[in-house]
Design a binder for this molecule. Structure first.
Ligand code: NDP
Ligand code: BG6
Length: 511
């Protein structure tokens, strides 16, 4: 595959070769570019984006022809922005950042903001030699996305000149439901070609999420058991100990279903269940994810209460007794009905997974921070051990630990040493930290580099977003019409009792 002037791997030769070029090289570095961050005074910029830029600079993945321009309504000058966003990082010693941190203040619907931005970008093109390449990062609350897209188009900043590129990275949530996601797409596509659009889900930037693909498709041994013949059911958990903290006003309009399930959970699920792609090209992987998402059965109206559960955390629990309950958090309505916990059973109507239930759950203020995928296997067809021993044993399972404590556990039965024949659960562990010495880039660092290079593999295509909304929309609609009190759970518990009933209905239990 060839690399074009814009640093993008051209689709020359086979798609597989192009993807190898784009994703597999370890010496990847960004082409000259200006990164423009909208929402530059915000939480995401300070906590994730700028640390990712700093790491890329430290690891020499940025050239000297690089610049960061912050845009937001707050009245700041260049130095104040640099101090607020970069803290005490010594950017003077980093050639890719020294002298290249700038700020534009203005309203997102004011054409003058974009005129000032355009002027500054032209100035940086010549003064820093960034060659007209621009990466626009939308890190504002989602209601500002259409304004920014229209503002960029109004100033002609959506159109790259010559060999340069203009790309836009759009944060989640992408839309509020399927209809608004389609409307946002229409707005985005009026200004940008799909090849310029990078919809971000930072879970795809996590090494361990990518390792789901490595485990499945770089090894033959798991393929024969990765299906309905051997898997009893699958559990996906995204549990957080954090509450909503200062993000109450954002979270009130989102809830766990929109904040985590629609994106992070369904992306992990799609990678774990999809068919093997013919290559690791962006399109091949995204095609397989979409096919899997399309095969997820929608619950009928009357089934939703049996298949989906929500909950809201209250003050309480041993570790969190001094922490506020959700309704006491700043920015949250004291009578709020927003869910901070969601669990559901999904069924996938295809040959590989017909009849296998998938249980997913996510929640804030749960007892531990853990993201994992558990494939629980069927019991052997005939057990030469006593029923009492069977009860003692956990079923065989393959546990993909996404975070923290990244790794893989294989749980199986083993003979207990001694004169009698007793079997008990044992496990084999693979730990990322113990096995590999290589440093693991933060999710945002990896994704930012990909967007600068122009590799869309770990970004979400428009049809994926729509499929994910198709799956969660009926449940969100049902909950919004349900005027019964929202179930609650004490902070530091594993969610509402209904969640145990949800999985217990098929005789199973959460891990
Ligand atoms: P913030 O609430 O911190 O907002 C970012 C900035 O946007 C603010 O500093 C503010 O800047 C501006 N802003 C605030 N409200 C509005 C508004 N109504 N209209 C226009 N601009 C506004 O958001 P975050 O940084 O937390 O999140 C930004 C985006 O990133 C969101 O889409 C979020 O879903 C996503 N995200 C955030 C994560 C996080 O950890 N924070 C994680 C994953 C995704 P000013 O007033 O100066 O214009
Ligand atoms: C974000 C959500 O997308 O993911 C947050 O908006 C959540 O509510 C966060 O806390 C979790 O990300 P991570 O990487 O800490 O698991």
């Amino acid at each position: 595959a060839e690399t074009r002037a814009d640093g993008r791997a051209g689709l020359v030769g086979s798609a597989a070769a192009a993807s190898l070029d784009a994703s597999f090289r370890d010496d990847r570095s960004a082409p000259p570019a200006t990164m423009v961050i909208f929402g530059a005074s915000g939480d995401l910029t300070r906590r994730k984006l700028i640390p990712a830029v700093l790491n890329l600079a430290r690891h020499k993945r940025l050239t000297q022809q690089f610049a960061v321009v912050g845009v937001a309504r707050s009245q700041l000058d260049d130095d104040q922005f640099a101090a607020a966003a970069f803290g005490d990082a010594d950017t003077r010693s980093m050639p890719s950042l020294h002298g290249g941190i700038r700020y534009v203040s203005g309203g997102y619907d004011d054409p003058a903001t974009y005129a000032r931005l355009a002027e500054l970008l032209v100035d940086l093109d010549t003064s820093r030699g960034v060659a007209g390449n621009r990466l626009f990062y939308l890190a504002t609350p989602p209601q500002a996305f259409p304004k920014i897209i229209n503002g960029l188009a109004g100033a002609g900043l959506n159109r790259p000149t010559g060999d340069s590129f203009a790309r836009v990275v759009i944060e989640k949530p992408y839309g509020h439901h399927e209809t608004s996601a389609r409307a946002l797409d229409a707005c985005v596509h009026r200004a940008f070609d799909e090849s310029q659009v990078f919809r971000i889900d930072h879970y795809l930037g996590k090494n361990t999420v990518q390792n789901v693909m490595a485990l499945r498709f770089a090894n033959a041994i798991f393929q024969p058991i990765w299906n309905r013949s051997w898997v009893d059911h699958v559990q996906i958990t995204v549990a957080e100990t954090l509450g909503v903290g200062s993000r109450g006003s954002f979270y009130e309009h989102a809830g766990a279903m929109r904040d985590i399930v629609q994106n992070h959970v369904l992306q992990v699920l799609a990678l774990a269940l999809m068919e093997p792609p013919a290559s690791f090209s962006a399109e091949a992987i995204r095609n397989e994810k979409v096919k899997l998402l399309q095969a997820i059965r929608l619950p009928g109206d009357r089934d939703i209460d049996d298949l989906a559960v929500r909950g809201q955390y209250t003050r309480g629990g041993t570790r969190f007794e001094l922490m506020p309950g959700y309704r006491e958090e700043p920015g949250v309505d004291p009578l709020s009905r927003t869910e901070t916990y969601a669990a559901m059973r999904l069924d996938v109507d295809n040959w590989r997974w017909a009849g296998v239930p998938f249980y997913v759950r996510t929640g804030k203020r749960l007892p531990s921070r853990v993201t994992e995928v558990v494939l629980q296997f069927q019991r052997p067809p005939h057990l030469p051990i006593s029923a009492a021993q069977v009860r003692e044993m956990d079923p065989d399972a393959l546990i993909l630990r996404i975070q923290p404590d990244e790794g893989i556990t294989l749980r199986f039965g083993a003979k207990v040493p001694g004169h009698s024949f007793r079997v008990r659960s044992a496990s084999m562990e693979f730990s990322y930290g113990d096995t590999f010495r290589e440093e693991s880039p933060e999710a945002y660092e990896r994704l930012l580099l990909d967007a600068l290079i122009g590799d869309p593999t770990l970004f979400i295509r428009s049809d994926e977003v729509q499929q994910c909304w198709r799956i969660v929309d009926p449940i969100i609609d049902r909950w919004s019409q349900d005027d019964r009190p929202i179930p609650t759970y004490e902070a530091a518990s594993w969610g509402p009792m209904d969640a145990d009933r949800l999985i217990g209905r098929s005789g199973r239990v959460w891990r």
